[in-house]
Design a protein around this ligand. Sequence first.
Ligand SMILES: [Zn+2]
Length: 371
Amino acid sequence: MKKNNAALHGYSPLPICDSHVHQKFQLPLETTVQVFDEMMDHFNLSHIQLCSMPCYDRTDNYRAFYLKSLRSPKIYVAVGLDHHYDERDTAEYYLQEIKRYHAMGADSVKMLEGKMFVHRKLGKKLCDPVFDLFYAYCEEHQIPITLHLGDPIENWDLSKMNEYAIRKGWYCGPEDPTREELRQEVYNVLDKFPRLPLVFAHFNFMGDDLDRAAELMEKYPNICFDLTPGGDMFIGFTQNWEKARAFFIKYQDRILYGTDSYNFPPADCSPEEGNNALRTNLVRTFLEGNEIFTETTKKYPFKPFGFEGEILDKLYRENFFRLYGKHPHPLDKSAIPEGARALLADGKDLDDLMQENLQKVIDHFEKTADA
Ligand SMILES: [Zn+2]
């Protein structure tokens, strides 16, 4: 029998929850379902949260609702705001967006608006009053927001960036806010909405700055960090190993497991474990391992935390359920096709495959609405 990921690497055999998964690749819906089924099985994932990014593909929220419906109650959905990038994006529009998605069955929100290329396209600060009604609604209803804020500091220095990041347009130039200015935008939001359950993705790129990470945790008791690899956070943890380990122990109720796993096309998956193993193994080995290791793509030796027992349960499962609920927010199966039809009719930026997938979503919910 083929061994699963935990058996292959000697990880804790208990089922775990991944708070940060994307449908990055444009595939027919059935293929995505199949890929995620295999991923959840192999990585022993009892629950995943799909983080939608309509800035890449406007059908993302609806495809996520479809997967949630099909694999209920194992899938949670973090919706993304669908911007027009023009004067239609008013405070009232954003309020209606979140109300609509929340009623449809969103469990949380994913914001990529703190990543520079989206921030730039939007032309607004994260603390712009245009988002106030949206934040206020999330705060009032305690809807968590996973926020990608800024980037590794290299992205502000062209000479230190890799080819891939440059090609993706991730360079932040003199016209853009600095990383500190970006961070200040979010502190302004938190000062205004202190009860907002904000999850900073990628440890907020503060793996090498644990004093400031702790300062943030103390100042805003409702925020959390996720462990989705980004930048060199595990190098930062290794360099300040004792301090980092103490941070994890102190804030063990406010750190979430996440990997940035994707619906890789089946043909792309390596026969051994599939492409999602790279990030999964990095995070899990760092949390659970006891010996210094190097990750396949990086030469740097990591010194893992060697956690076991209760703290792992919290990072892998309990914090997820406490933040997003023991059961996913129920879907309103009649509201979803209505929204999906409106998007299909609008048609802007939708290629053939996106339209086909959206039609499948509509058909699915029309069929199951009264069931
Ligand atoms: Zn992500």
